[in-house]
Design a protein around this ligand. Structure first.
Ligand code: ATP
Length: 250
């Protein structure tokens, strides 16, 4: 079966520094692959390169449903772009502070020339557990959890197959986190979405991920394994240290 996302030898540099060092992984339909590793290991840079928001170096390959994305431009990239969408950490920062959220949620539809009326906004809001009556509210009139639900609704507007979730609940109040996590797992089951899930929260990763990929400083992927296997018997010394199985290096 062709993976939904197939990343091979992804290389990202900032200036002359390598921040993602020939990383390879796959995400299947209906699967959550978590990317873990300490701060600065290159997780977000990997996500941004997958989304085409930073350019990977030549030799990198990012295939979506079998189609190569690196080097794609213009109309051909625009045609594929709706199929993979990001959800970022900051629920307020990803919404236009001056636009009613119903409008923000349907903005991607307008950009792609698709029907974006109130009915579609209501449908998307219901999908993420938001009362459609909130469509006219501004982001500051909503809670962080409600804003993140709006961000997820916006990400779903174009019927994507893959979501790139970069710390999607870490900025939220702990009391609303589990609601948003349950929403994401429910949406995955219902829609068969693939998730590339970046998180520092190892308990959360244990709970939601099917497989886990571990990135070490310098942007190297040291280990990828099914979640239960990785937490029960990590193989790489860096993974052991990250999971608290081994003393930290001095
Ligand atoms: N635009 C940029 N210009 C220069 N260096 C950058 C840029 N973006 C990221 N970096 C550097 O790349 C390295 C990897 O950063 P990245 O944000 O991908 O790591 P991360 O694992 O996601 O960290 P965190 O968990 O803190 O978000 C870091 O050393 C960071 O300082």
């Amino acid at each position: 079966m062709t993976p939904l996302l197939d990343v091979t030898d992804l290389l990202v540099r900032h200036g002359d520094r390598t921040v993602v060092d020939r990383v390879s992984f796959q995400v299947d339909e209906g699967e959550t692959l978590a990317l873990i590793g300490e701060s600065g290991a290159g997780k977000s840079s990997t996500a941004l390169a997958v989304l085409g928001l930073v350019g990977p170096e030549p030799g990198s390959s990012v295939r979506f449903a079998g189609q190569e994305l690196t080097g794609l431009k213009g109309r051909r990239l625009r045609a594929l772009r709706p199929r993979f969408q990001p959800v970022f950490q900051d629920p307020y920062g990803s919404l236009d502070p001056r636009a009613p959220i119903g409008r923000t949620i349907t903005e991607p539809l307008r950009v792609h020339g698709r029907p974006a009326g109130a009915a579609r906004a209501a449908e998307l809001m219901e999908l993420v557990g938001l009362d459609p009556a909130y469509a006219d509210r501004l982001p500051h009139e909503l809670s962080g959890g409600q804003c993140q639900r709006a961000g997820i609704a916006r990400a779903l507007a174009l019927d994507p197959r893959l979501l790139v979730l970069d710390e999607p609940v870490s900025a939220l109040d702990p009391s609303v986190r589990s609601g948003v996590v349950n929403l994401l797992t429910g949406l995955q089951k219902r829609l068969g979405l693939g998730y590339l899930f970046i998180s520092h929260d190892l308990d959360l990763v244990h709970h939601v991920a099917h497989r886990v990929a571990v990135m070490a400083p310098g942007g190297r992927l040291v280990e990828t394994a099914p979640t239960h296997e990785l937490f029960a018997s990590p193989r790489d010394p860096y993974t052991k240290q990250l999971l608290g199985w081994a003393p930290s290096r001095p």
